[in-house]
Write a protein that binds this ligand. Structure first.
Ligand SMILES: Cc1cc2nc3c(=O)[nH]c(=O)nc-3n(C[C@H](O)[C@H](O)[C@H](O)COP(=O)(O)O)c2cc1C
Length: 135
């Protein structure tokens, strides 16, 4: 069973740019090893993340993320099952999506959300645009 969770949060004020770079690198390696796919973006003091993967792994990971003191005000955007993951790997970026392929995968994800979960589509497309414009 596949699960996807998305949220936004606010970075702890004490985090430096290099702390954030380190976190993004750590998450990328860890998630790719666990076959967790999705995206993590940081911009202007906020994180935006989409996680996809095996249901129990994603639920467990989200519990850890929720209690991580590196950020606060974690607001869940959606948490639902999915037929199959949209992203081919895990992407973490500082501020922006650099590669066209990453952008395409995000668009495909949004298209699926639009037809399967129209109620969350609006907020997620608004947020992804915001995060990408701020780069
Ligand atoms: C914004 C944010 C996003 C995170 N995303 C992930 C993630 O996708 N995968 C992950 O393993 N850890 C992520 N973490 C780190 C986890 O909260 C936690 O520190 C880590 O999973 C603990 O790893 P451990 O079980 O090896 O100690 C994230 C932390 C923050 C602040």
């Amino acid at each position: 069973m596949w699960q996807t969770i998305s949220y936004v949060s606010t970075a702890n004020r004490l985090l430096t740019n290099s702390d954030i770079d380190e976190l993004l690198d750590f998450v990328k390696v860890k998630n790719n090893n666990l076959h967790i796919t999705g995206i993590l973006m940081y911009s202007d003091g906020n994180f935006f993340q989409i996680l996809e993967g095996e249901k129990t792994i994603i639920k467990e990971l989200f519990k850890k993320i929720l209690h991580d003191p590196k950020h606060y005000d974690v607001i869940k955007i959606f948490d639902h099952e999915m037929e199959k993951p949209s992203f081919s790997k895990y992407n973490s970026n500082f501020s922006t999506i650099n590669r066209r392929s990453e952008h395409l995968e995000l668009q495909q994800f949004l298209e699926k959300e639009k037809s399967n979960n129209p109620e969350t589509f609006k907020s997620i497309s608004y947020l992804t645009n915001k995060f990408m414009q701020l780069s």
